[in-house]
Ligand binder design. Sequence first.
Ligand code: GLC
Ligand code: CA
Length: 507
Amino acid sequence: MSPWWQDGVIYQIYPRSFADSNDDGVGDLAGILDRLDYLEWLGVDGLWLNPINPSPNKDWGYDVSDYCDVHPELGDMATLERLVTEAARRGIRILLDIVPNHSSDQHPWFQDSRSSRSAAHRDWYVWADGKDGGPPNNWQSVFGGPTWTLDETTGQWYLHNFLPEQSDLNWWTQDVWEAFDDILRFWFDRGIAGFRIDVAHGIVNDRELRDDPPDPDAAGRLKPVYSMNRPETHEIFRRWRKICEQYDPARLLVGETHVLDPVVMASYYGDGDELQLAFNFACVYAPFEAERLRRVIEQTEAAIPAGGWPVWTLSNHDVVRFPTRWCQGDEAKIRCALLVVLLLRGTPVLYYGDEIGLEQQAVPEEAVLDFAGNRDGARTPMRWSDEPGVGFTSEGVEPWLPFGSGPDVASQRDDPGSILTLCRDLLAVRRERDDLRAGAYASLPSPEGIWAWSRGAGHAIAVNLGESEATVDLTGTILVGTDRDRDGERVESGLRLGPAEGALLQT
Ligand code: GLC
Ligand code: CA
């Protein structure tokens, strides 16, 4: 029997933006509870929630001030436990986001750490003396500027790969390892099915704090070979995996392995003893073009070790939503993209709103909350209906981020031609057919502009991402076409596809 997440589909929820149960304009856990029937109807198997822990929200939850509690704006432990139970009744598991690279500077560990050089938690964070009146080395923060801030209290600098309010934990300290073992067990004991690991590739920093070399591919940038991507990270995952395996079913680790080289990404699967899933950003950043995308998928398939399992995603809370980034709002292309992500070999992760083709939203300058300035447009409230409050909250309530505009669930739900129906039907057909869950991927020969592949012995998929109509050498019956009028069509002498059209065939 394959583990649940291999057969299943994961749905990512940005909790502040999914559903607001108490009319304060902020989505919450009780709101997710209210929407479980919808998620069951859609047919997803797991929910990954972006961080729900207490946080000063400098980086919207990615600056954790207590790893073992729930942010009061989102709910409480009792509601979370209810969510786990109610989701389980519908065959849905709950995954949380864990942020081991850094904590908030408001976390009691850091508060103690910065208080004196002899504090009990001093070496839980990375402290170093400056060099020539400047920071200890040349490392650059992912969010710009140096990764170091001088702390007047003790006259030393502390490391932060992200914001100064996100102080990096020191994974050269054994106590930090043990603290995270306990955090994992704390949540697993409460029925949490696994974790998405934030900045998975960056947890360990070079012990000697060596300078990063220049990046040959990005002028003015450094290649983070010492500030991130250290080999010792693998040891953390091997250890965490052992903890996961002590539970039944084994808990899942999905890494935010933000590296572009498929071989480096695949290294985080270890020897089948590290992450079960490692996010594949090469695919996210690839253009939506047949040739280029096919190559990325082939490279990924080749890089992942035998027994390893790919994971595919098109959107998340950090990047421009795929209907905008890949499809420029063209519905036909959006339908093709969903067909692709749901029919590759691997676990698909949908981002809330993907299933209705929600586009990136324009957020007026005065409403911007992301300090990085550009991610809010992917984090706006879920559009459940076109009523005031868009079904996210009650009429008259000011949402934490603007509602934006675009499609909504209510108007698509009963429309057989909608993106939502397509998405739901694709989830259903996956569930019904072994080939579509477990069958091997193999690229098929196809004319320019078309990308075609087989799954197992009995199914094939083709999408035309080119500008003109073309025919691919396939025979069979269309099970699901992006043009739903073609469902059930017998294909005898090649599958003809117009631009931005795709189909799943039983061959
Ligand atoms: C990850 C998160 C992102 C966050 C960053 C720092 O990339 O996905 O939202 O800002 O880590 O925690
Ligand atoms: Ca709320």
